[in-house]
Every structure is written in C-alpha cells, then in structure tokens.
Design a protein around this ligand. Structure first.
Ligand code: PLP
Length: 475
C-alpha cells in the first residue's frame, strides 16, 4: 500500500483534500518523534489539563469560540457527539436532507424522531444549495418541542446558508443549532471568505481541518459558542462524555500536532492566502465574463471562492464524470468530486494562482476534445439523462424509522427489483456522502433509475454491492 500511495502522490496533481495537497505543505517532518501516549509531561485528550488544554484554548481564541475541542476522528466524531449531547431518545430533531451520513447515524443511534429540511436546489445543475431560513420557520411551526436543528453549511459546492436567521429561528423555538461546517475550517482566516457559523449564532460548529487546511486526514475541530453554554442549551460535561464515546481512547499526538501546525501556518501566511483568494476571484470572474460555450464557474456572494465548481453547459452533452476521467488520464489531475453536470476542485493555502490556471486550462482543453470526439450515441445517452426526474428534490415515503429498521430482517435484490420495497441500509453516492435513501424509506422507480445512472458512470455508491441493495424482507 505505502508504495502505491507514494507513487500516486508523486504523479498526480491534487485538487482534492487533504488540504496539504500531497504533502506540498508538510509541517511534521518526523511524525514518529511526536507519536507519544498519555504519560507524565504529555496530556489526555479525554481529560485535558496540560498541553492539549493549552492548544485547545489557543485555537478557541483564534476561532472566536467559547470552547474548542480537538477531534482526531474527523467531523464524523464531532457530529455524532454533538447530537448525542443535546438529545435523549425519542426527541424530535430537524436535519437538512443534505446532511452527511454521520448526522443520520446520530439519529439512528439516538433513537430520534427526525423531520427533514429540504435546502434550496439548483434545478439546472442538480445540487443542493443553502438552507433557507423560511423553510426552517415553516418546519418548526408544524412541530412542537424540536430539540435540535442540524444543517450543513457550506455545501460541498461551497454555498453557505443564512446562519444568523436560522439560528434565530432555532433559538426562539428552544432548539439547539448544530452546523456542520466540515468544509469551512479556513473561513476564519480571510474576510473575503464567508463568515464562520460560530460568529453567527450557531451553538455547536464542527469543522474538518484536514479538508481545507494543511492538516492531516481525520483532524477536525468542534467549537461551542458562549451563548450555547450560558443559556444552558449545551452542557459541556455531557458533550465531553460523548466526545470520549465517539473518539479513540488512544488519540494520536501526530494528528493533534498537525492541527496545531496547520492552524498556526494559516495565521503566519494570511497575506499569501488573501492573494490566492483575490487572484482566484479575478480569474473566475474574467473566465465567466468571456462566456465560454462549454461551461462556467460557480460564483456569488454566498459562495466560497476556494471551492472551484465548474458547471458544464448541458448543450455539450458532456458529463462531469467524463470530464473528470479525461482530466485524470490526460492531465494527471484528480478533482475532489465529479457529478452529472459539474465537477469540483479544491484550492487551499498549499496552492497558488498558477494551480488555478492549470485546472482551468486543462478543463478547457478536455472539454474541447470531449465535444469534438463525441459520438451520437453518447449524445443521446446524455440527453436522455437530463430528463431523468430529479430524485434528490423529493423525500421518499417513510415506512419505518431509521432506528426501527435496524431490527428488521432483510434480503438482497437487484436494483430494478427494489422499486416499492423498503430500504434496509443507507444508499450513499460518495462523494459527497449524502444519502439518497435512508433505512425505512421506500425505493421509487425514479430513484432506481438515477442510481443505475450513477453506477454506469462508475460513481462509487455505498449500499449497492454488485448491483444489489438490501431491502426489508416481506412477511
Ligand atoms: C458535509 C460533511 N460533513 C461531515 C463530513 C465528515 O467529515 P470527516 O471526514 O472529517 O469525518 C464530510 C466528509 O466528507 C462532509 O462532506
């Protein structure tokens, strides 16, 4: 494995996470030297009183939180702990339908009653945008005693939600607001980026430092606001208890040091980061002004500019999957995500504006080649797919709760035979890791068609093995 990984990172140009970009910024040169355990002179992540405590306080100051906790099992562990800390079994929660699977797992483990919030949706390019606060107000007004609201902001495409309004709506109804800001750990380091949720009234904010900072995979942060603690909405002891439940009992000092080094690097290189952001902004706006016939870049005041989202003109009949394959094969470029009508590349402090230019040029060349080599069959195939009804905009019918479904017997069926059957497992295209069907929900024809499309195009999907899904056995 080691040999293969070294070969990958030496040959391929990364527009994906982790944010150190294949070690372009390598802040811990001798990881074994700091790979220690809980002994005198070190500390204990699960009961921090020494060097970890000091670092957590320093990072809390930088991020303007009341308390900050280091996470060494990713945002996944932070989200699981956050939801568990503010709920008890049978409580009602509202979560964004585009939440990461860890949030769904927290619902299952906590035996919670869940209602979904449908974020705004880009109909043309088919992806979720931000959560509209009015949606939340309507959803809360239909229900009583909502304990917590969990939303994802920013989305994978870098679109942020109206956090201030959303937090007002949640708090005025007595609910805790948890924001999954996994893709926004870099926001605090530049004013041209969106404002972090922790400064806009969210109670708990979880961020993956490994995604957008020069930190190692699995590193993340959980922030708690002062208001959350003083109002009694969040009990720090309970939160710490669940952080211990969901994190390793042997926390890695290599990972914790990587957080320290990555965050401090951002502070020391603020000017370099700002230059990258402003130059990228300019490049994107002049590209878009030229009105290239193959596509354009997502932009706007709610968009994080370091998320390079290329939206493919549908008239070309080219899919994001095809484009990503050509970029990898012919330009040795690996993007973060490819979907039907768009691809996403990530730039971080480890990149320069030349790297943005390289991606833009490679996309132009690849699109031009793809369009000129396109066969008629490919064109028909793509055009058909455009008319596939978009399943992500509709909530499937619910037969059982996620928790109830865990205890029901199941069987495997091929996707075509799953129509009208109840899902036993999550089905999750990865990335972005957002479930398209949740245990206890009923498969529709449209959903099965969409999943077939994903499979044909080689998109990785958890929950489908050799074309089969798990459904509840009929009695
Ligand atoms: C929106 C979102 N939340 C949470 C996570 C989980 O983050 P981590 O990999 O740090 O556990 C991801 C990972 O892809 C994500 O995209």
């Amino acid at each position: 494995m080691y040999k293969e990984l070294k070969s990958y990172t030496s040959k391929i140009k990364s527009y994906h996470m982790p944010g150190h970009k294949n070690g372009k910024i390598s802040l811990i040169n001798e990881p074994f030297l700091v790979d220690v355990t809980e002994v005198e002179g070190t500390d204990d992540l699960h009961h921090a009183t020494g060097i970890i405590d000091t670092l957590q306080k320093q990072i809390s100051n930088i991020y303007h939180s009341y308390r900050t906790f280091l996470l060494i099992n990713g945002s996944t562990s932070g989200l699981l702990a956050a939801v568990a800390a503010v709920t008890k079994p049978e409580d009602k929660v509202i979560i964004g339908r585009n939440c990461h699977k860890s949030v769904y797992n927290s619902v299952m483990l906590g035996k919670l009653n869940v209602a979904y919030l449908l974020p705004d949706y880009d109909l043309e390019y088919q992806f979720y945008k931000g959560v509209n606060s009015k949606e939340l107000v309507t959803s809360i007004s239909k229900r009583e005693n909502i304990k917590a609201v969990v939303i994802t902001s920013p989305t994978y495409e870098g679109i942020v939600s109206e956090i201030e309004l959303i937090s007002e709506a949640a708090h005025s109804n007595g609910a805790v607001l948890i924001v999954d800001e996994a893709h926004g750990a870099h926001y605090i380091f530049n004013e041209y980026l969106p404002n972090s949720a922790i400064r806009q009234g969210a109670d708990i904010v979880v961020q993956s430092t490994h995604k957008t900072l020069p930190c190692m995979t699995q590193t993340a942060l959980l922030h708690v606001s002062e208001e959350a603690v003083l109002s009694g909405r969040v009990n720090i002891n309970k939160l710490q208890k669940y952080l211990s439940v969901y994190q390793s009992s042997s926390p890695s000092y290599v990972l914790m040091s990587s957080i320290e080094k990555g965050v401090k690097y951002m502070i020391e290189h603020e000017i370099k980061f700002e230059k990258l952001i402003l130059e990228t902004k300019n490049l994107i706006s002049s590209y878009n002004q030229r009105q290239n016939k193959y596509g354009h870049w997502l932009s706007g005041n709610k968009v994080d500019i370091t998320r390079l989202t290329y939206l493919i003109n549908k008239k070309t009949g080219i899919t994001g999957w095809q484009l990503a394959k050509v970029l990898r094969k012919q330009h040795k470029i690996q993007v973060e995500l490819a979907c039907e009508h768009h691809i996403i590349g990530i730039v971080t402090i480890a990149d320069s504006v030349q790297d943005v230019n390289i991606l833009m040029d490679a996309i132009d060349i690849s699109m031009s080649n793809l369009v000129s080599n396109k066969t008629n069959t490919e064109h028909e195939f793509s055009t058909n797919k455009i008319h596939v009804k978009d399943v992500l905009r509709e909530l499937p019918k619910v037969q059982y709760s996620i928790y109830e479904t865990t205890y029901l017997d199941s069987e495997k069926v091929v996707l075509k035979k799953a129509i009208s059957r109840v899902a036993k497992e999550f089905v999750i295209p990865y990335p972005p890791g957002i479930p398209v069907i949740v245990p206890g929900e009923v498969f529709t024809l449209e959903l099965c068609n969409k999943l077939e499309d994903f499979m044909i195009n080689g998109h990785e999907i958890y929950g489908i093995i050799e074309g089969e899904v798990q459904v509840i056995r009929k009695v």
